[in-house]
Design a protein around this ligand. Structure first.
Ligand SMILES: [Zn+2]
Ligand SMILES: [Zn+2]
Length: 879
């Protein structure tokens, strides 16, 4: 084995070999209970691997590789999303560089260009996911606009349309004036902003008075069509049925009564702008007020509004309307700042405008959401961590109809056609004639479907739905769905609704929610902060194993964010090196083949201890992974491998590993190799590369990927075997550590052997039974014995697990000189502390010195205090 582990040369080789040999390919199992399937959230075809993908793929791969080793037929299904807006924008930008606008090119030519772009540049991310070692079944890779999925989308649309679950209607949509498209509610990000709440006044048409109203968007008053008050509000009861006069265009606006008006808010009277506010839209539906759309698609005031404002952008209009009201004496007052929630576009962050954009298609969610809520409530779908179930249920309960029309060219075209008489034909195959009047003059709806409409079908459309394929039968429902919480609603909730409605069952049994990856200080990664960690770069530098390990180790469940730093990735790399070095040591003595544990009576106490610890680690990892707790699982392996196996186990076994006695040597090599080989398998799902590279050297199989997963209950009672050894271990560990510390603190030369005396009332001690030789060697001691008296001049005195340990070092170090040396250092530490304290007590310094200088002085005090305490302890040890 090479002395240095080089991930850059090992990893790409295995990534390729695994795919070539078809190890990632899943068959359809004969017994459906053997099937285990996870789909990836299809990344955008425009995407590049970022840390959010990296964590998701890592955790999924851990589950999939483990399931595969557990002899399940594990299918991990890859694919990409056509990503409507995102992709269209990329190609539009390219065209613009050539001086071509999308509309000049025309729809068909433009869509051809997008396909061309997709074939040439799209999917860079696939190579990056492969480089991570993700064991996806690439033979089954899908695209949300491939032939099969186009058909699935059509079938879903037509079926829901026929069931009355899809309808066409004119309703307010969330309009992004920048992207020029409607958005679903989940694509709108609500943010608290400081705006202003303005009060202005409408004069009554009959000149008998006025009504005051409040608003945060005063420009919308240009489209007001009425005033609403609560029917029981005594202040306004007399006014219901009267009208107010619009100050800019002279329209008379009726005053209506509606229960939805909150008398306690503002003045208790509200302006009603049905075309630009959802609540107002609903009031208008109930009270019969008309709608008046005063904005164009770019959110400029249109020709329906009073002439003086025509053509103004919405923010200019806000200012202009306010000034005009002031001039007319209708401006009453303004509250500023006024904190309120404003919807923004999830893509471009423009303020969303509720807007009537003409007829659009909607999914009626009322009947779809009931079973989807039920499945979470009755436990058919389990959320990990559990608290997400509640969040999901309450979100679902508030869900409103889903606008699925997008005014784009790139995407699944809506399968609806209109004849000149306005009849609608919805069909699976492009129709030749109107189904109502037979007219051959048909025009297809120009809009495409929301990207999430196709990705909601992903868990079953990728398995062949709507056909009853063997894949669908075996792998649906999927086992688990792993995702960050940011797309729980956007995606997960919709998969559950459509899966239950269209594929007849829940889409997956477990929903595993992980936190968002942030920087090491918990801040969101962003270009402007310059704290973005690029996983591709990290993989090149430190290896995919290092990135995967550090992500898994940080992946606590739920909303807890994942603080990723370059340091933690380097930590992953050091771990790979540690494993490599340990393996080299073991494999120098172990000749290869299947390691065989020696008979029990030949196992030493340290070996029993190590076997027991290993067994506990296996149990811990399995328990954690069964609960989808990745961080404790990774941490358990790390702790066992690094501390117990390498730092203690190998140290204790080193001598036996090189013993002249061939049986001892072979036994030791077998024990270590046995544990190493199993630990490699346990670690394989998290760090696939280094484990495969080492495991190959055992020569016991084609690939570790297909070797059996270590189960906790197997392997004949190592825990029982190790009970005694584990019971004495804490004392042994602490004793060795204490003596080593003593030696280094008091500068005992490393070659000098010292004696250890444990003070005991009786002679029946087993506090270190079986570990005598190990203690001697690791502590650099010549003997360890029990003594009855603690009265021992010339000895240093340590306390280990409540026991007194004497080190007769009077001959080795000059105790008096050592005491003097320590006392001198103690005095220095104390005067250092006093000096700093005095400085800090001086108000002139404290208030005038720069902050970091003051801080440095404070740290000096703390450091000196710590040092003094340690020195006092050391002095006490010397008696
Ligand atoms: Zn936008
Ligand atoms: Zn017709």
């Amino acid at each position: 084995m090479p002395s240095r582990y080089d991930p850059a040369s090992v990893e790409p080789r295995w990534a390729e070999t695994w795919v070539e040999r078809g190890y990632f390919h899943a068959q359809v199992p004969e017994d459906p209970s053997d099937a285990y399937c996870i789909v990836i959230p299809p990344p955008n075809v425009t995407g590049r691997l970022h840390v959010g993908h990296a964590i998701g793929r890592t955790l999924e791969d851990v589950l999939i590789r483990r399931a595969r080793m557990q002899r399940r037929e594990a299918l991990w299904l890859p694919g990409m999303d056509h990503a409507g807006i995102a992709t269209q924008v990329v190609v539009e930008r390219e065209l613009r560089k050539e001086g071509v606008e999308r509309r000049e090119l025309g729809r068909e030519a433009f869509v051809d260009r997008v396909w061309e772009w997709k074939e040439r540049y799209g999917g860079e991310i696939v190579g990056q996911i492969k480089r991570m070692g993700a064991s996806l079944d690439w033979e089954r890779e899908r695209f949300t606009m491939d032939e099969g999925l186009v058909r699935a989308v059509r079938v879903a649309f037509v079926r829901w349309y026929e069931q009355g679950l899809i309808y066409r209607g004119e309703r307010l949509v969330n309009w992004c004036p920048t992207d020029q498209t409607g958005l679903s509610d989940s694509e709108v990000e609500h943010e608290e902003v400081d705006g202003e709440l303005l009060t202005f006044r409408y004069p009554l048409s009959d000149g008998t008075g006025h009504v005051d109203v409040v608003t945060t968007r005063v420009e919308t008053m240009l489209g007001d069509t009425g005033i609403a008050v609560h029917p029981d509000d005594p202040r306004y009861r007399e006014l219901i049925g009267k009208t107010v006069r619009h100050p800019f265009d002279g329209r008379d606006l009726p005053i209506v009564a509606d229960e939805a008006v909150d008398p306690a808010f503002g003045t208790g009277a509200v302006k009603v702008t049905p075309a630009h506010d959802l609540t107002d839209f609903e009031i208008a539906q109930r009270t019969g007020l008309p709608s008046m759309n005063i904005l164009d698609a770019e959110a400029r005031i249109n020709e329906h509004a009073a002439e003086e404002f025509y053509g103004l952008g919405r923010y200019d209009a806000r200012q202009a309307v306010r000034e005009a009201l002031e001039k007319l004496g209708l401006f009453v007052g303004v509250e500023h700042p006024y904190r309120h929630s404003v919807g923004h576009c999830y893509r471009c962050h423009s303020e969303i405008e509720p807007w009537m954009s003409g007829l659009q298609w909607f999914v009626a969610v009322e009947d779809l959401k009931r079973p989807a809520i039920e499945a979470a409530r009755d436990g058919r779908i389990t959320f990990w961590p559990e608290r997400w179930r509640k969040a999901y249920v309450s979100w679902m309960e508030g869900l409103r109809d889903w606008n699925i029309s997008r005014q784009l060219w790139w995407g699944h075209r809506i399968p609806a056609w209109y004849c000149p008489d306005g009849h609608v034909t919805v069909a699976l195959e492009d129709p030749d004639a109107c189904t109502t009047c037979g007219s051959g003059e048909l025009e297809q709806d120009p809009d495409v479907l929301d990207t999430w409409f196709s990705s909601q079908l992903w868990p079953f459309s990728t398995l062949g739905w709507p056909d009853e394929t063997p894949e669908l039968r075996a792998f649906y429902p999927n086992a688990a769905l792993v995702t960050g919480y940011e797309i729980l609603y956007l995606w997960v909730a919709r998969m559950i609704m459509s899966g239950m409605s269209l594929a007849g069952d829940i889409p997956f049994r477990d929903v595993v929610i992980h936190g968002l990856v942030r920087d090491g200080h918990g801040r969101k990664m962003s270009k402007s902060l310059g704290n973005v960690i690029d996983p591709n770069e990290m993989i090149d530098l430190h290896g995919a194993d290092a990135v995967r390990f550090s992500l898994a180790r940080l992946a606590t469940g739920g909303q807890q964010d994942i603080p990723l730093s370059v340091d933690s990735i380097q930590g992953g790399r050091s771990f790979a090196n540690k494993i490599w070095n340990a393996a080299r040591l073991v494999l120098q003595e172990f000749p290869g083949g299947e390691p065989q544990l020696p008979p029990e009576d030949r196992l030493t106490a340290p070996q029993r201890w190590l076997l027991a610890r290993h067994q506990r680690c296996v149990a811990e990892v399995n328990g954690a992974l069964d609960r989808f707790e990745f961080a404790p699982a990774a941490q358990a392996i790390y702790r066992f491998f690094w501390s117990e196996f390498c730092d203690w186990g190998l140290e204790m076994e080193k001598d036996r590993l090189r013993s002249d006695d061939e049986t001892v040597r072979a036994d030791t090599a077998n024990v270590l190799a046995w544990i190493l080989e199993r630990t490699l398998r346990l670690l394989h799902p998290v760090m696939p590369f280094v484990t495969e590279e080492i495991w190959q050297r055992f020569g016991i199989g084609e690939t570790i990927m297909r070797s059996p997963w270590p189960e906790a209950d197997a392997s004949a009672g190592h825990e029982a075997l190790g009970v005694e050894a584990e019971a004495v271990w804490p004392f042994v560990e602490e004793l060795v550590t204490a003596v080593r510390r003593f030696r280094s603190e008091h500068q005992v030369p490393s070659k000098t052997r010292i004696e250890i005396r444990l003070v005991r009332g009786d002679n029946e001690d087993s506090r270190f039974a079986g570990f005598e030789q190990e203690i001697l060697r690791l502590a650099g001691a010549s003997s360890i014995e029990l003594v009855s008296s603690a009265d021992a001049p010339g000895s240093a005195r340590l306390v280990v697990q409540g026991e007194t340990v004497l080190l007769p070092v009077g001959d080795v170090i000059d105790l008096a000189a050592e005491r003097a040396r320590l006392a001198k250092r103690l005095a220095e530490a104390e005067s250092e502390r006093e000096r700093a304290e005095k400085k800090l007590a001086n108000p002139g310094f404290r208030d005038q010195a720069p902050e970091d200088v003051v801080l440095a002085e404070r740290q000096k005090v703390e450091r000196a205090e710590r040092e003094a305490a340690a020195l006092q302890e050391q002095l006490a040890e010397l008696g």
